[in-house]
Structures are given as structure tokens and as C-alpha cells.
Design a protein around this ligand. Structure first.
Ligand code: ADP
Length: 249
């Protein structure tokens, strides 16, 4: 356990470093983006040059994506609020309504609890957002997305069990090999050649840790029964407790 703690402190330090670097490079990145736009829309550009500009813009937008995702990691609401799993999930599913339809993905939801969760709402939305986006990415040929929420107990704590809410996100996508499973929480680890940053799950696990929660998964790339289930456990805190720290900045 001590080793895990050192590891997570190291990751937190790396996160702070990454966050301040991306903050510094954000303004110049915006300037470069605008300049490329001006070049791209200027007249009389030789076709060959126009082609180079377009490639540069593509690479640039990737850098921008990495910078904003990293920044988001350390931006946090000032105080935690109470919100139901249904409200959290519905807000995220609404964002993906169009993409889900276009990809031929059936969505099913099942909420058997309306117990409010004390959390930093935007951060937990970000987690659900990452998990649902990954599920959609894994179902390019369509499939089923099932999101459930129910009351649950976490027995993995050493000296006690904790009550909380478990939100599960199941997809019938391509699943993953043991090699991918072993690395997917690492920063910058991605199997998506063009549009992945590899930050989604790393950021998500940081957010879940701050909520004293758990993010676990089962996945298989079996040729017939392939798919992935992520489970997000968030503990329920008593009214009197002040368990979640407020933001660092
Ligand atoms: P990104 O989505 O940018 O690649 P993530 O950290 O969110 O970064 O995910 C890392 C990798 O984990 C993905 O590239 C993918 O290989 C794998 N992965 C995550 N979620 C799923 C899923 N639902 N189904 C299959 N593979 C997944």
C-alpha cells in the first residue's frame, strides 16, 4: 500500500507539473492557431504549401487538445455539491445523443437509486464523459451501451466496508487485450492512432481518487463475447462529515 501511495504522489506531482506547463503554452498555442488560420485563408497560396499548412494545423490541434485536457485535470469546483447519479449520467448522455444515433448504438439506462452523491459535479461529469466517449469509440460498428446506477457496498477497505453508489458503463465494443488493460491508466497511453490523447483514464482515475472512490473494469476481446464494463464507485458521506477537500486553486 505504501508503494501505491508513493506512486500516486509521484503521479500527482507529474500532474501539477504538466498542468503548469500546459498553462504556459496555452497562449502561444492560441496565437499559432490564429496565425495558421490567417495563412490558410490567404489567397494565392501554392497548393503544395496549402497542403503543408493543413497538416501543420492538424498536428497543432492535437497539441491543443493535450494542453486543454491536462489543464482540466487541475481545475476544480470550489465546493462539492449533492447530485443524483441519474442527473450526472443524463447530462453526459445528452451531449452524445447525436453521436450515439449516428454510430447505431442503442442506449439503455437503469437507475435504482436516487440517493444524492456528494461530489465535484464537473469533475465526475468529466469522468463519465471519458468513459462514455471510450465506449462509443469502441463500438464503431454499433452496439449496446448500458448505464446503471445502484446503491452498493465497497468491501475492499481494510478495516471497514463503505456504502456508496456504483455507476456502471457497459459496452459491446471491441474490448481489450491484457496488454492494453495493463497500461490503460498510464498518462499518454492510447491505442487510437489519430484522435487519442491517452489522458482520459489517467485524469479520470485522479478525479476518482480525490473523491475517495474506485474505478474498476472488466474487459475481454474474445472474438464473440467482446466488450468492456467500467464501474465507478463513489462513497456516500454523512451530512456532518466534511470529507472532500476544497480546491487548491
Ligand atoms: P484515449 O481515449 O485518448 O485513448 P484513455 O486514457 O481514455 O485515452 O484510454 C486509453 C486506452 O484504453 C484507449 O486508447 C483504449 O485502447 C482503451 N480503452 C479505454 N476504454 C475502452 C473501452 N470502453 N473499450 C475498449 N478499449 C478501451
Amino acid at each position: 500500500a505504501e508503494l501505491a501511495l508513493i506512486q500516486s504522489e509521484k503521479l500527482a506531482a507529474v500532474g501539477r507539473l504538466a498542468s503548469s506547463i500546459s498553462h504556459e503554452i496555452n497562449n502561444p498555442l492560441e496565437a499559432i492557431t490564429n496565425l495558421f488560420y490567417l495563412i490558410d485563408t490567404s489567397e494565392g497560396l501554392p497548393p503544395e504549401v496549402a497542403q503543408y499548412v493543413r497538416i501543420a494545423q492538424g498536428e497543432l490541434s492535437r497539441v491543443c487538445q493535450i494542453a486543454t485536457q491536462t489543464l482540466r485535470f487541475h481545475r476544480q469546483a470550489v465546493s462539492a455539491t449533492r447530485v443524483t447519479a441519474k442527473d450526472l449520467v443524463d447530462a453526459v448522455l445528452n451531449l452524445y445523443h447525436g453521436r450515439l444515433l449516428n454510430s447505431g448504438i442503442q442506449v439503455e439506462t437503469d437507475f435504482t437509486t436516487s440517493h444524492p452523491i456528494l461530489c465535484f459535479e464537473n469533475d465526475i461529469r468529466q469522468v463519465l464523459n471519458n468513459l462514455i466517449a471510450n465506449a462509443i469509440d469502441a463500438m464503431r460498428q454499433g452496439g449496446r451501451l448500458v448505464v446503471r446506477a445502484h446503491e452498493a457496498t465497497d468491501h475492499s477497505a481494510e478495516d471497514h466496508s463503505r456504502k456508496g453508489i456504483r455507476i456502471s458503463i457497459a459496452d459491446t465494443g471491441h474490448g481489450m487485450s491484457p496488454a492494453v488493460r495493463a497500461r490503460l491508466f498510464e498518462p499518454f497511453y492510447t491505442t487510437k492512432e489519430l484522435n487519442g490523447t491517452g489522458l482520459g483514464l489517467w485524469i479520470s482515475s485522479g478525479i476518482v481518487d480525490r473523491h475517495q472512490g474506485k474505478l474498476t473494469l472488466r474487459s475481454t476481446d474474445h472474438p464473440v463475447h467482446h466488450g468492456t464494463v467500467f464501474a465507478l464507485f463513489l462513497p456516500c458521506f454523512e451530512e456532518v462529515q466534511q470529507p472532500l477537500e476544497t480546491s487548491e486553486g
